[in-house]
Write a protein that binds this ligand. Structure first.
Ligand code: ASP
Length: 343
């Protein structure tokens, strides 16, 4: 009797082969001989329930996503690397207080932000990450410095901040992260901790990109979960859990990090695609809609392959997201039906 998983993987493989055949003419349609470039971003899977989303808020989130998407795409358009593109997009989202990263990071149980970030360059591969930093304005830049200027992959807390000081990274007082909105949110969640934990955070940010040279990269940055215990580290800075890139596949995830860590979700998406020859869409579906959901985890991921196929999928109520590529796609959306506006 075949294990049920066997048949589902076989089905993915069959679908993958069919879709791979179908995908050939689609690439050829680009017709200009140039290699594709593409970028996708997310602003977190913990979006506001559609009923509570106002038109003004929706417009503001859209503007933030579009600015980051276009900033990352501009890097690729002028021949920049995928690594530069994801760093530029994530840095911009970190500076936007609407998102749970950098300036808008959610606060831990003691009222401080503790930030996690990672970058991975599929070429090499190379990776860098930081966790539980409290004074770094743009953790994605520090993660990149760890990758480029140290022999390590992950630096945490005080050690990461000493490294930041040595390399002239911008440090800020802890008050920089204590925005009114996040303090209010923390108060709410302190009153109803169960609701807070279940809801998770809002607006972790991430990006995946493919450059003209065919290189893939991924970056993710977050404040983690609101009301988390001090010292808690999520999936974002753990290579393979919340962030992953290879020569074939790049992924940035968002959702309840503990589930992403246990399921090694970002790597699993790339592994399913590689080992079963599934399309990227089928691999993301299998991992996010089947495996993650079966485990009880809520969240989503953006993924990109070396042919420039972008997949953005989630099992939560929505996921702030955007995609742009050299085939003419440019979109920003929040909920399942692709809507970016309040219904
Ligand atoms: N994955 C992040 C964490 O658990 C949170 C999120 O994506 O919303 O730290």
């Amino acid at each position: 009797m075949p294990h049920p998983r066997t048949s589902s993987v076989a089905a993915i493989a069959a679908a993958g082969i069919a879709a791979a055949i179908a995908a050939v003419p689609a690439c050829a349609q680009a017709g200009d001989g140039a290699r594709p470039i593409a970028i996708a971003i997310h602003g977190g899977a913990g979006v506001i329930e559609p009923a509570r989303m106002t038109a003004a808020k929706a417009a503001s989130y859209r503007a933030g996503l579009e600015a980051a998407l276009d900033a990352g795409y501009a890097v690729l358009e002028r021949g920049g690397s995928a690594l530069d593109a994801v760093t530029a997009a994530v840095r911009m989202l970190e500076d936007d207080p609407q998102f749970n990263a950098g300036r808008g990071a959610v606060l831990n149980h003691e009222g401080d932000a503790e930030l996690d970030a990672a970058v991975m360059d599929g070429t090499g591969p190379r990776a860098g990450a930081v966790a539980a930093v409290r004074h770094v304005k743009n953790p994605v830049d520090l993660a990149r410095l760890v990758m480029e200027k140290s022999n390590h992959v992950l630096l945490v807390a005080g050690g990461a901040e000493d490294f930041a000081l040595e390399h002239g990274v911008v440090l800020v007082p802890r008050s920089y992260f204590r925005t009114e909105a996040r303090e209010r949110e923390l108060e709410e969640e302190r009153r109803t901790p169960a609701a807070g934990a279940a809801k998770g955070s809002r607006g972790t940010v991430g990006a995946v990109a493919l450059d003209r040279g065919g290189h893939l990269a991924a970056a993710t940055s977050t404040g983690g979960l609101s009301n988390k215990l001090p010292g808690r580290v999520g999936d974002t800075p753990l290579i393979g859990a919340g962030t992953y890139a290879s020569t074939d596949c790049a992924v940035s995830g968002t959702g309840q990090g503990e589930y992403f860590i246990r399921g090694v979700i970002a790597y699993d998406i790339c592994a399913v695609a590689q080992y079963t020859h599934a399309t990227l869409a089928a691999a993301v579906h299998e991992v996010i809609q089947e495996r993650l959901k079966r485990a009880g985890g809520e969240g989503g991921a953006i993924a990109l392959d070396a042919a420039g196929n972008i997949v953005m999928d989630f099992n939560s109520v929505g996921m702030f997201r955007g995609a742009r590529d050299s085939r003419g796609r440019r979109e920003v959306a929040m909920y399942r039906d692709g809507k970016g506006q309040a219904p």
